[in-house]
Design a protein around this ligand. Structure first.
Ligand code: ATP
Length: 361
């Protein structure tokens, strides 16, 4: 990944009257990367993207495109572009006219415009015959592709996507997710994408930025965010997770209510890190929790009973209620199905290598 950012936000704050929608945002976006901003509703994603494309100005802080300060530059003067959630295509015009629109305002000749539109149709896997079709005759998925072709016709430095796939059905969404990844690779453009959907973020992005209440909680590659979240919020936002409160006693030994810990598992280093009087969260993802076979032991172990079993397609999810009334979620691939009866007593456990500690601030 390049080390100089194409877009840089420094100490950005956005207030609406006395409500702070963005609270001291610092973000570097690198040339050619696919960055996805994920967060719950109201966390500030759209507000942030509006500042980046120039539809609004920050209350405080600065925005830089390479070495040029752009936070006061209006949208039409910025070499960026946005694909709107609501497509904003001209419904009664032809596909070709829609794609060519940005070139027309730039004064490009009709011959060059139509050549480029046909190239873009091909890039977006749409037949050339679509050139003369009306937008109103195209399906939702086709319209998304046309909107993308039009965005690419602007030849922007950065393309911003505000939940472009949210209104589409599951199968089409999956197809377009893969097409977007492919398009990103083929064009080499910088993509900034916002979504509620963690799954979408995981499939497509080079990096994921998790937003919560107007701040970034964590920005990193999907694998790190999934396996080493910095907070309980990120851990639970990134899919199913089991979390337990831990505290260290005066000797530096970790204690977790209801969990047996094999004494040798916590190395001196780890003990030091979560040292005396430390408190925090121990996290393990459901796919790493096992049902113990006879005489098998794990680094961390819990007794409980099997409460429920759910079919998730290729996987099965189990819920185990522990003796001290907490609930643990376990997921297994279908071929590794656990053959226990509901209500049966079970011993479950996992190993230190699949455990992540989140210290309290
Ligand atoms: P969603 O996923 O639901 O689209 P979001 O993460 O994009 O949400 P924003 O639309 O950025 O969230 O809104 C962030 C917060 O700022 C919300 O509480 C919203 O009500 C508030 N907000 C946004 N625009 C304005 C405005 N023009 N005036 C007042 N408050 C606003």
């Amino acid at each position: 990944m390049p080390t100089t950012p194409i877009l840089y936000l420094k100490d950005v704050v956005k207030r609406f009257d006395d409500f702070t929608a963005l609270d001291n945002i610092n973000l570097e976006i690198f040339e050619g990367e696919f960055l996805t901003i994920v967060g719950p509703s109201g966390s500030g994603k759209t507000t942030l993207i509006r500042l980046m494309v120039g539809m609004d100005e920050p209350t405080e802080g600065t925005i830089w495109l390479r070495n040029e300060r752009i936070d006061q530059t209006p949208a039409n003067k910025r070499p960026t572009c946005m694909v709107f959630q609501s497509l904003a295509l001209f419904p009664h015009r032809s596909v070709g006219q829609n794609i060519e629109f940005p070139l027309k305002i730039k004064g490009v000749s009709p011959k060059v415009r139509s050549k480029r539109a046909l190239e873009l149709l091909e890039l977006l896997h749409l037949p050339k015959s679509f050139y003369n079709k009306r937008i109103s005759q195209c399906s939702g998925g086709e319209q998304q592709r046309i909107a993308l072709a039009r965005a690419l016709a602007f030849d922007p430095e950065i393309i911003f996507f505000d939940e472009p796939l949210s209104a589409l059905d599951y199968r089409l969404r999956k197809t377009l997710e893969k097409e977007l990844v492919d398009l990103h690779e083929r064009t080499g453009k910088t993509f900034v994408y916002i979504t509620h959907s963690l799954e979408e973020a995981m499939v497509m992005s080079d990096r994921i930025a998790i937003m919560n209440s107007g701040k970034f909680e964590q920005i990193d590659v999907a694998e790190v965010i999934y396996s080493k979240p910095v907070s309980r919020f990120v851990a639970s936002f990134m899919g199913e997770v089991n979390m337990f409160d831990f505290k260290c006693d005066s000797k530096g030994d970790i204690k977790i209510d209801g969990v047996e810990i094999r004494s040798s598992v916590l190395t001196k280093d780890k003990q030091k890190k979560y040292s005396k009087k430390a408190k925090g969260t121990l996290m393990v993802r459901p796919e790493f929790v096992r049902f113990n076979k006879a005489k098998e032991t794990n680094d961390f172990q819990i007794r409980g009973y099997l409460r429920a079993e759910y079919e998730l397609g290729s996987r099965i999810q189990y819920e185990v209620d522990t003796l001290d009334d907490s609930r643990v979620i376990i997921e297994k691939l279908r071929e590794d199905r656990f053959k226990g009866k509901l209500g049966a007593t079970v011993v479950i456990g996992w190993d230190i290598k699949h455990t992540h500690f989140i210290p309290n601030d």
